[in-house]
Design a protein around this ligand. Structure first.
Ligand SMILES: Nc1ncnc2c1ncn2[C@@H]1O[C@H](COP(=O)(O)OP(=O)(O)OP(=O)(O)O)[C@@H](O)[C@H]1O
Length: 310
């Protein structure tokens, strides 16, 4: 488990993390989502024990990161932003070094080494020097050291940053597979990552927690939640007729592709009525879709408004 209580870090007059209180449980992938400079990495560095909070506290598996730093670090696998240091070491040397730092017993060490090398597909590059690796490969080496001691809590700062689409997919599969019994906190500014991985999202901006909810709860805050959209090329579908359906609040037509979106009055279902109207008018439509809501719009709304609600 990860818990923070009013965690705060100031740099001179700047409050980079401002009284951040969070909780992530086993089985949860909590996404820390925020624009550049929101305070995600600073919060993670404090939880990992690499940066002293100005005030407030964090716990990893119940261990206070300031009072019991060794126990907290043992329970945690941390992938920091950027690349591993030790640029002159080969991947093999680096992972062996990390096995020693973590104090793994010999048998366990061999087994875990083989397992992470296999999981992160590092077997063919073990003898390459870290300083010469591509960005994506460095990220995979960073992930390998984070999971080497099989910790119950993982904290991954932008885990797929710099990876190509195939590597992104395989790292997300790996995180997903590890999530079942572990607590995972990832930071990201990629909404697709939230969709792919997270079952809870904490949105922060200017160091402050602005929302803490499931992706579905956030989508429900979107004006697109429950809207019906469809393509109707050349069918002359009437905006006025659609707008006259009870519980329809607005109709929009995308000027670029002509896709029609029909918006409901708050919380009212409109799909059946829209489909019925299209049928009675004999209109040819395709790709009719009930919208869940758009996370990008909700994210923008929350992070650009002052005083969003947690
Ligand atoms: N050592 C430091 N000294 C002064 N200011 C700092 C320091 N480290 C971070 N900051 C500032 O604190 C704020 C939060 O930075 P942080 O790196 O935590 O944000 P972030 O959400 O991780 O951003 P990104 O998505 O760009 O990585 C930023 O305004 C940053 O400039």
């Amino acid at each position: 488990m990860i818990e923070t209580d009013r965690l705060t870090r100031c740099y001179g007059p700047l409050t980079a993390v401002d009284a951040l209180s969070l909780r992530a449980e086993p089985g949860q992938v909590l996404g820390l989502l925020g624009p550049n400079g929101a305070g995600k990495s600073t919060a993670m560095r404090m939880i990992a024990g690499f940066l002293t909070p100005t005030s407030g506290t964090a716990w990893v598996c119940g261990h206070d990161v300031r009072k019991e730093p060794l126990a907290a670090k043992r329970a945690l696998g941390y992938l920091p932003e950027g690349a591993p240091s030790y640029g002159e070491m080969t991947i093999r040397e680096f992972l062996v070094f990390m096995v020693r730092v973590r104090g793994l017993e010999r048998d366990v060490a061999f087994r875990r080494f083989d397992e992470v090398v296999m999981r992160l597909e590092l077997d063919e590059v073990l003898d390459q020097t870290i300083g010469t690796l591509s960005k994506g490969l460095r990220r995979r080496v960073g992930l390998a050291q984070a999971i080497l001691h099989d910790p119950p809590v993982l904290m991954l700062d932008e885990p797929t940053d710099g990876l190509d689409p195939n590597q992104k997919h395989s790292v997300r599969m790996l995180i997903d597979a590890m999530a079942r019994e572990r607590t995972i906190l990832i930071s990201t500014h990629l909404l697709e990552e939230v969709h792919a991985l997270c079952n809870r999202v904490a949105i922060i901006a200017n160091g402050r927690l602005l929302a803490d909810a499931t992706p579905a709860e956030l989508e429900a805050r979107s004006r697109y939640h429950g809207a019906v959209s469809f393509s109707a090329p050349g069918s002359g579908v009437s905006r006025e007729m659609l707008a006259r359906i009870p519980n329809v609040s607005m109709v929009e037509v995308d000027p670029l592709d002509g896709r029609v979106t029909v918006f409901p009055r708050a919380g009212q279902p409109i799909l059946d009525d829209v489909q019925a109207l299209l049928r009675t008018q004999n209109l040819e439509v395709s790709e009719i879709q009930l919208e869940r809501g758009r996370l990008d719009e909700v994210f923008r709304q929350i992070t650009t408004q002052r005083g969003g609600q947690a």
